[in-house]
Structure formats: C-alpha cells, structure tokens
Design a protein around this ligand. Structure first.
Ligand code: ACM
Length: 768
C-alpha cells in the first residue's frame, strides 16, 4: 500500500522587511558581490527630481544611472553643483590597485564617489543601485522619490577577469536577450561576456566574405527531443537556426561597452566545426557531403589543416576583429577528435614535413599558426585547456574547464589562465536533486558548491597564482532552449561566480551570501528574470530509522519555518512545528510532497519523492570496492535509501558508478528474513561510455560467510532503453544478501570510448 504524505513548509523569508518593498522603506544593505569594506551609517539619502549630479567629467556611469531613473520615475537627474541633495564625483584615486576600485560615501545630504577609473565609477553606481529598493528597476514604478541608506563603502575586485559565457550555437538567443544577459552581468560587476558563436550545430555570425555561413551553416534540419543519451534518440524534424548580422553584433558590442563589459567572441577551431563543413566541404579532410549537426556531442568531422582552411579562418577572423575590439579572441581548441587527421594522407605528410610527433602536435601547430596571425594584428588568443596538448602556443591564455589541472599546468608554464572547471562553473548542470528539475545535460552543481569555489588552486605559488586572471561561469545550451530556461540555469549561480571573482576568499561566507541574495532576488523579479529559487527549497536527507524503514529529515535555510501537513495538497493543512515533526519515520512505500512558501517572492519548488520502502531500506550495506569518487555523492545509503535514481540524471547522488571494477555489495537484513524478490536498475548510455553489466548474481547467507548463488540475470543484449530494471524472483529465508554485477569491460573499437573501460551505473538495492 502506498501512503501519501504531504508536508508544507511555510517560511517567512523577509521578516526584516515587514513592509512591502515598494513602500518608502530602505533596502537592507545586501550588496553582491560583497564589498571589501562596508560601514553602515544612520539615516538615508533621498533621490528625487531635485537631486543633482556633480561630475567634473562626463561619465558613462552617470548616463547609466539616468537611464534607470528615467525608466522608473520618468525624469533625469540634472548636472550641476550643489551643497546638498547631490551625487558628487570627487575624482579618480591614484593610490588604488585597479581602475575598477571605488569608494562610495552615502550621507543624508550627498553621495560622494571616488574611483580608480571610469569603470570604478560605474561599479559605484551598481552598488548604489543595489541599495535602492527592487521597484527602482521597474518601468514606471509610480514613485518620484527613493531612499538610499547611509553607508560608506570601499571596494575593489580580487580578479580582473569576471565572466559569463553563453553558447548560442546549440540554441540561438535574440539580441534583446543578449542585452538583458549583459545587463545582469554588469549589475553584479562582471566584466567579460564570452560569446560562443560557432558550433557543430550552428554558426551564428554573419561573415560577409562567406555568405554560406549564414545561409547554410546557421541552420540545422532538426534537433534532439529529450536527452541526447535517450535510447532510442528522438528528433523533432523541425528546421532550427538563426544568426546575428554584423550590425547586430556591433549593437551588442556597443551596449556591452556602455556597461564596461568586454565581449570576447569565440570562433571554434579546429573542432566543433561541422556546421562550417556543411557549407564549405573543401575545408575538411574527407569529401563529405556534411550536414549541420543535429544531435549533441563531439563530432569527428573537423577542419583539415590545409592552406585553404587557414585562408578561410584568417579571412573570417579579420572580419571578427573588425567587429570586436576585445584584446582576446577565443579560438576554441576543445574536443577535436583526431580520427580524420589520422586517416588523412595529407595530414600524415604534413606531420612528417613539419617534424611533428603526432596529431596532438599537429593541433598545436594549427593553433600556433592562428595565434601568430592574431598576434600580428595585435590580439591575443584564449583556448580551452586542450591547447596544452602537443604544446602551448607561445602567448596563449588557457581556459581551464576539464578540472583545474590545465590551469595549474598553464600557470606553471607562466601562461595566463581563466578558471572555468566543470565541477564549479558549468551552469548547464543540474542545480538541485529535486526529481522535477527541468531536463539538463547531467551533473549536479548546487549554488552552495558554486559559491565554495576558490579560483586559485592550492598547488600554485604566489608568483604562479598571479597568472590566474579570474573565473567564468559557462552556460552550454544543448538543453537550454529559451531565455527563461537560460535565466533559470544562469541565475543565481552566475551571481555566486560574480562574488567568487570579486570578493576575497577569506571574506566569503555562504550563509551571509544566501541572506544577501534573498534580499536581492526581488530585484531580479522586478527585472523579470526567471531565476532559480533553490535557496528556498526543501532539502532532504534520508537515514536509517531505528527499528526499520527510513527517517526523512526535511530542512530549509530559513530558521523560522513552520510545517503544514496535509493528506491532500489543498485540504485543511495543519500547522506543525518543523523541529517536532522532523525527521519523519517512514516504514512503507510513501509519496512525499513538500514545499516552501515565502512572502514577497513566489516559489513553487515542490519536492516530490517516492520512498519505495522495502526490506533492504536503511539496512547496513557494505561493498567490496567503493564507487568511483566522481559518482559517490550519495554514499552507501544511496543504495538502500528507498529512492530510485532518475531516468535522465546520473550524478545527483542516487546513481553510484564503478569504472574498471565489478559491483559487489552485501546487505545485512539484521535477522533471518523471508525474501521473494530482488530488484535493481542499471543505467545504459553508450555516448558517455555507460554500459549495462554482463550478468547480475544474487547470493544469500545466514551467517555472512557461506553464500549460495540463488538467482541470476544475464539478458542484457540489445536493450535499447536508457535504464534497465532487473527483477530476480527468489524463495529464500536469509539474513545476508550479496549482489554482484559483472561489468561490461572494454568498449569495442568504433563506439564512443572504444578501447576504454565501460562505466557501470547502479541504482537502489531492493528486497521484497
Ligand atoms: C567544453 O565544455 N567543451 C569547453
């Protein structure tokens, strides 16, 4: 029998703000990123129609402030001198480390700003903005006068590079959305927008000399529906695409400049270039024809290092440089399979002629040629960390993404580095363990983990650490099709990245960040950003319950929460005290729904769990070999916590995985128990090298020493589904149950990961 248990958490988040935020009250001081020094004063400055701006220099920052004031209240602040009700720019400081530094002194009669440079003035204005109530961001808020709390701030960034990336190749995002994205970066003092403009699945920038890039490479005939790993893979049959005209690119670059954001374009080479080959097949090593890629993944058709390829790339990059004043041009360099080069007589001759060792050195040769060209035009390259393979180009900056090792190596070689490791900076990963999260690529990267990141690896000396220019959040869009979904994935995790880039590590504190964030999120709501609300989520933890079953502990970040408990979602909920009801002991299969309700902010993150409590639930379990460290988030309890893993996500902690090892675990039921069925599930996704086992065996024992084989299952050939459930009927009375899943072994050549050990992903152990 299944029981339905519905728990509601009602939490009041804004208890310090008893009045609604559009009344004439002050905004709590909750600046993000956290400034170096904040000294709270008394009273407040009133911004109104009479407020003057006294800036001895014309400044983009004040123009920006006037844009905001005009948008919300319909007037503009006038320039002029005054002794009161004035925002005054005192001048540039010459004793500060960075032109991004500023100081802001808000008194009742005036606001004084000093800064290291124009960018610092702009950041002073962003801080001022965050001290204004959220309604200040709304068009025609219906208010003329605004209160700003008195405070003295001195501030300066930790890193010079604080970036966000956006992949517009997998999905196209409108110019209006790109501008909104840039606005949000500026609000949190980020200064780089890495525009990932080209991909296998779509080329997105008009190049006048090569019109077929816009006509052909910018469109694919269809896209994947669901996850790329789904078996069978489903396609939508709908043409998809788009590109930015050069006029639109100029508009974006100018818009970003006005907000002190540098746009860094990325033109992928030599890999991720299949869309180009669809239009210009002569740039490949084989004949083609090629099509713009429709599925996700890493494609084998890449640029061939021929003279005509270099001529093409140089012409393309020349147009790109005319559009983007950025010192850096990102040339990709990641995930370039070498198969076509290995099979190409031309490439093999070139390797010999240039005295190169192998295809990796050929890639390095390719990139060095491009670097030389860009250097000759006064630009510098950034490349993903694969550009270390085969030798770094002499002046290249490395973007470390496959972990931090690439960054460490590059810094030790005295190259500049931008840190974007997947484990802290990939904002396309899932951000909660809630099974109702919208489909994402995989992974698990909650806000708190993003926030915990220190971009300077411990392995570096102080001198080497100077090469770490900063940090960036990456937003890959295979599974991000709309602006709303992009906002949901990028924020607030991107805001944590902003603080990682700005604030000294020893000044950071997650609880403090979460509390400031809670105060700033209504601002994002006013800006109509569809940010994720996981800081208000119900979190769960499952442990073994004494006397059988499991104990479900629910928690939220709010200290003063109440639980409302009901047997149906909308019917007469009963308020209980969270501390008294927690944890809930569950002894039979039960559905749980829980949610938080917050004042001032609509949240609807309902946690739904099905706890399929069985005889193994919460029992002691031991394994012969632990899982791989990357897939051991849930630990042993994940195998007996009564929660089945997701069909689409394999790193939320419910799937555990082994590589190069068989799975073997023994469950101690505590006493002799009648057993009629064993059930488990395995993941099956050959793209990322995950294979079903060859065979599963179940053994039982009364004493934990002498085991007998009582059941097996080996019918795994030809399974097409992403998840294979295994059920083995038994008729035993035993205390110990041992399960062994024999791994697939080495992946055959010609398949993804051919020649490597397959991964084995194992779900819940269930005994009935
Ligand atoms: C990357 O994620 N392929 C840089």
């Amino acid at each position: 029998m299944q029981k339905v248990l519905i728990l509601f958490f009602i939490i009041s988040i804004f208890s310090c703000q008893n009045e609604p935020s559009n009344s004439n009250t002050e905004m709590p001081i909750s600046i993000i990123p956290k400034p170096a020094k904040v000294e709270k004063g008394n009273g407040y400055f009133t911004l109104n129609k009479e407020t003057k701006i006294n800036s001895k220099l014309g400044n983009k920052a004040f123009e920006f402030l006037n844009l905001l004031v005009k948008n919300t209240s319909g007037y503009e602040l006038k320039s002029g001198e005054s002794t009161e009700n004035v925002i005054e720019f005192i001048g540039f400081q010459d004793d500060v480390a960075s032109n991004e530094s500023y100081s802001l002194d808000i008194q009742e009669s005036k606001i004084e700003i000093q800064a290291g440079g124009p960018q610092g003035v702009f950041y002073a204005i962003q801080t001022l903005r965050q001290l204004l109530p959220p309604d200040f961001e709304k068009s025609n808020a219906g208010k003329d006068s605004w209160l700003i709390p008195c405070v003295k701030i001195e501030d300066s960034p930790r890193f010079s590079y604080r970036g966000m990336h956006l992949d517009v190749g997998r999905h196209y995002f409108s110019v209006d959305f790109i501008k909104k994205y840039i606005d949000l970066l500026a609000l949190f003092k980020m200064n780089r927008f890495h525009w990932h403009l080209t991909e296998d699945q779509g080329w997105r920038i008009e190049i006048k000399q090569y019109p077929k890039l816009a006509e052909i490479s910018a469109f694919r005939k269809e896209s994947v529906v669901g996850h790329n790993n789904d078996k069978p893979r489903k396609m939508d049959g709908k043409r998809y695409g788009g590109f930015y005209t050069q006029e639109e690119v100029k508009e974006v670059v100018k818009y970003a400049q006005d907000r002190f954001v540098t746009v860094i374009p990325e033109i992928e080479l030599p890999g991720h270039s299949q869309a180009v080959l669809a239009a210009y097949p002569e740039l490949a090593c084989t004949e083609g024809p090629f099509e713009v890629a429709t599925a996700w993944g890493v494609m084998e058709d890449v640029f061939c290092p021929k003279e005509e390829t270099f001529e093409f790339l140089e012409n393309v990059l020349t147009e790109v440089m005319e559009l983007f004043p950025s010192k850096y041009i990102h040339i990709g360099g990641d995930e370039c399979p070498k198969k076509r080069w290995e099979e190409s007589a031309f490439c093999q001759d070139l390797i010999k002629k240039e005295g190169l060792k192998d295809e990796h050195e050929l890639q390095s040769w390719f990139i060095q040629r491009i670097e030389k060209f860009l250097n000759s035009k006064g630009r510098k390259i950034i490349g993903w960390d694969e550009i270390l393979e085969g030798g770094l180009a002499p002046d290249a900056t490395v973007m470390s993404w496959r972990g931090v090792q690439g960054g460490i190596e590059a810094a030790k070689q005295k190259h500049d580095v931008i840190m974007t490791p997947t484990s802290f900076c990939y904002l396309d990963y899932y951000q909660s363990r809630n099974p109702n999260e919208p489909l994402a690529i995989g992974g698990y990267l909650p806000l708190e983990k993003v926030y915990s990141y220190d971009p300077i690896p411990e392995e570096l000396t102080e001198e080497e650490a100077k090469h770490i220019l900063g940090v960036q959040g990456n937003v890959w869009t295979e599974y991000i099709k709309t602006p709303e979904q992009c906002e949901y994935m990028a924020f607030p995790r991107g805001i944590a990245i902003a603080e990682n880039g700005w604030t000294n590590f020893d000044q950071k504190d997650y609880d403090d960040f979460a509390s400031r964030l809670a105060n700033q999120l209504p601002r994002l709501e006013a800006l109509e950003v569809n940010f994720a609300k996981h800081i208000f989520d119900v979190n769960y933890k499952i442990t073994a319950a004494e006397g059988g079953g499991v104990a479900l502990a629910l928690s939220t970040r709010s200290k003063d929460c109440q639980v409302v408990f009901s047997d149906e979602l909308d019917k007469n909920p009963v308020t209980l005290n969270l501390l008294e009801t927690n944890p809930v002991i569950i002894k039979e299969p039960t559905r749980v729904r829980a949610s938080t309700l917050c004042e001032n902010l609509s949240t609807n993150n309902i946690l739904e769990l099905f706890l399929n409590v069985n005889k193994a639930s919460g029992k002691s379990i031991d394994w012969t070999t632990p899982p791989h460290k990357n897939y051991n988030l849930g630990g042993k309890m994940a195998l007996v916590n009564s929660i089945s893993a997701s069909d689409t996500r394999f790193s939320d902690g419910e799937w555990l995985a082994w590589n190069g090892e068989d799975f073997e675990a023994t469950i101690d039921l505590g006493e002799l128990t009648d057993i009629s069925m064993f059930k488990t599930r395995f993941y099956n996704a050959n793209g990322p090298w995950v294979y079903l086992p060859k065979k599963v065996e179940v053994f039982v024992s009364e004493d934990g020493k002498d085991f007998k084989l009582v059941g097996e299952f080996a019918d795994f050939d030809g399974v097409e589904a992403s998840v294979k459930a295994v059920e083995i009927e038994l008729k035993e009375n035993a205390r110990f149950v041992k399960v062994k899943a024999h791994r697939y072994g080495i992946i055959p050549e010609g398949r993804p990961g051919g020649g490597n050990e397959a991964w084995l992903f194992v779900d819940e152990m269930m005994i009935f």
